[in-house]
Design a protein around this ligand. Sequence first.
Ligand code: ZN
Ligand code: FE
Length: 264
Amino acid sequence: MEIHRVAAFRDNYIFVLHDAIQGQAAVVDPGDAQPVLQTLKRLKATLTTILNTHHHGDHIGGNRQLLERFPQTQVYGGAEDRGRIPGQTHFLQEGDRITIFDGQSGGSQCVAEVIFVPGHTRAHIAYYLAPATPDGWGELFCGDTLFAGGCGRLFEGNPQQMVESLGKLRQLPDTTRVWCAHEYTLNNLKFAVTVDGTNAALQQRLTQVQAARAQDQPTVPTTLGLEKQTNPFLRWDDASLQEAMGSTSAEQTFARLRGKKDLF
Ligand code: ZN
Ligand code: FE
């Protein structure tokens, strides 16, 4: 299975999962159908699966057009997004396991585990693909919950929920690739250094990301190991960050970070 990153709109990423042996594909958060159809054509692949993380237009906007072209496509989304995701056929909850590719005719089996991560929206879910081999990478499709160097805004949730949701993601192995849905990394890191300026790993990352973006290179996927070191929104219980935010609890640290970032 290969993962293709497809750019859409100003700063969205759509991900196409391709099983070349079976000639099948799945797509995560197709906000726009056009670039997905172009990618499928290039890969000569049939779309079988849409995986939506949440109901926002830049994540579901292409569902209808993709269904017109591939009517058999199964559409997965959170149970609590019922009525908000066009064409939804499966209503998922924490811990559900779904088969994306069945591994028949010599392809590799691909199974995703559902993680319920409310906060950005009340129904948001993430999809986690465990590593195929003990020393391989896991893959996390987390929509607008965790970003490289940041996290999603709280539109339908509160800090407590988001800390809990990000806490679930933080428990995954460091060797997890994080496929987040927006190229927000540079701005996120510029904010991060204002609150966590003594973090050497963060300084170094900002320099690398500035260089990458100056050449228009993507910064997604990132890895969970790097996020745990440098993303303030995963470091709510770090003592120096708590002190910098003048807070006494993890939740308060997170809430103050999020509030500051909203104004950045
Ligand atoms: Zn969103
Ligand atoms: Fe989005």
